[in-house]
Design a protein around this ligand. Sequence first.
Ligand code: HEC
Length: 108
Amino acid sequence: MSTIMRIAALTTVVLISCATTGADEAEPKGRIGSGERLYRAHCTLCHGGDGKLGLNGSKDLTLSVLTRAQMIEQVSNGKGAMAAYRHVLTAKEIEAVVDYTRSLGKAR
Ligand code: HEC
């Protein structure tokens, strides 16, 4: 094997291990991730980083008048264009992401 090929093979191994580590970071399923990390992974697409994006008919989360329990219910079971997250996140993770979501409103 030439030196070039050895370097290429080694680089591939390093890249694969980096990619695997990255996937673990982004997919905290089954572990309790921070609410912010979960929000950034699952909610910014429609709600935006600050909760105000309102894409696909989603509400401005900073103006929401829902209680914590109502938010947990809606995130768990979904509504309209928003998917049910009980299949994606654990109950603890849904609580964490809802608490983070609520903190966006208070920061207003
Ligand atoms: C595919 C787009 C989409 C994604 C992704 C999404 N949502 Fe929503 N969300 C919506 C839509 C649409 C509504 C409005 C539903 C309705 O009332 O018909 C909504 C409404 C809500 C509400 C209720 C606001 C109110 O006052 O009525 C909360 C809370 C909420 N989303 C939280 C979240 C959280 C937390 C996540 C991430 C776990 C998330 N959403 C991901 C589209 C999305």
